[in-house]
Design a protein around this ligand. Structure first.
Ligand code: NCD
Length: 316
């Protein structure tokens, strides 16, 4: 990888994968591979981001994403602060712009942000100087999740190009699906979608995406099944008849898994509604890479922080 490509991401905000070329995504995935070695060591600390400050600003709940960005920064020796908006001045009515200005004024280098409004991360990248990493903005984008999905798939399958990936479920409300579709198409993955018609957005005549009414068609001979959470908190009542009905028609269970390739990999971004979109047996079964996704999430976020804040691959 040339030095030019390696510094290309320096100072860049990561708000959506639309803004990244396949070459840049490749650089992130290759850097994550190096970062994963650090996580697997006994002493997980490198000095790469010493003297850099990162703030996690999460306006929506999160376990995995927030913790893994926090650990990623700490493993790289950055100073990391996580703001709990429930106990911050946000509850006193402070605007997003003022919150961002306040954090910027403290000399922060990166802000990792999750917000319920689509476009919030883009807005932030326009009003303040620190690198903005979008950790989810409404139903729009969740680029680090898509990168960790790509990374997990590549680690298991040895390649991305030409694989058949089925994304199942609540596509309409899923920022993960949007970012996955974007990143996967760029990396030569064949993307198939299935879910209730009411949970399938109309934007999806994207070239190269195959849309199916029946889950069986989408997962037929698939290399990977990415099961999405039914986002109960974002549903307006009535988009599907009942949770039991959903599980029966679209739920990923052992019977359905048999339709896919023998070595199919099952992903789920978490948190899961077990027994609804995915069965307990599949979650803990031999095809599941759900826990690998979590570890890989730390590696990918270490890569993102390093590339945007330093612009060089980790050398140790
Ligand atoms: C996803 C999110 O928040 O968008 N979860 C995550 O980041 N691990 C998916 C979801 O909430 O269903």
């Amino acid at each position: 990888m040339s030095e030019n490509t390696a510094t290309a991401l320096s100072g860049r905000s990561v708000t959506a994968l639309e803004n990244f070329s396949s070459k840049e995504i490749r650089l992130i995935l290759d850097t994550a591979k190096e970062m994963k070695k650090i996580i697997q060591r006994d002493i997980k600390k490198v000095p790469t981001l010493r003297g850099k400050a990162i703030v996690n600003l999460f306006f929506e709940p999160s376990t995995r994403t927030r913790t893994s960005f926090e650990l990623a920064g700490k493993y790289l020796s950055a100073d990391v602060v996580s703001i709990n908006t429930a106990s911050s001045s946000v509850v006193k009515g402070e605007s997003l712009r003022d919150t961002l200005y306040t954090i910027e004024a403290m000399g922060v280098d990166a802000i990792v942000m999750r917000h319920k409004a689509e476009g919030a991360a883009d807005f932030a990248s326009q009003v303040v100087k620190p690198v903005i990493i979008n950790a989810g903005d409404g139903a729009h984008a969740h680029p680090s999740q898509a990168l960790l999905d790509l990374f997990t798939i590549e680690q298991a399958k040895g390649r991305l190009e030409g694989l058949k990936v089925a994304i199942i479920g609540d596509i309409l409300h899923s920022r993960v699906a949007r970012s996955d579709i974007n990143g996967m198409l760029k990396m030569g993955v064949e993307v198939h979608l299935a879910g209730p018609k009411t949970l399938m957005p109309r934007f999806l005549d994207i070239k190269g995406v195959h849309i199916h009414d029946r889950v069986e068609e989408a997962i037929d001979n698939a290399d990977v099944i990415n099961v999405l959470r039914i986002q109960l908190e974002r549903q307006q009542a009535g988009l599907f008849p009942s949770t039991r009905e959903y599980a029966r028609i679209f739920g990923i269970n052992d019977d359905r898994l048999r339709l896919a390739k023998e070595d199919v990999l099952v992903l789920h971004p978490g948190p899961q509604n077990k027994g609804l979109e995915i069965s307990t047996a599949v979650t803990y079964g031999e095809h599941s890479a759900i826990r690998d996704q979590v570890q890989n999430g730390v590696a990918v976020r270490m890569a993102l922080l390093t590339l945007t804040l330093i612009g060089k691959k980790q050398q140790d």
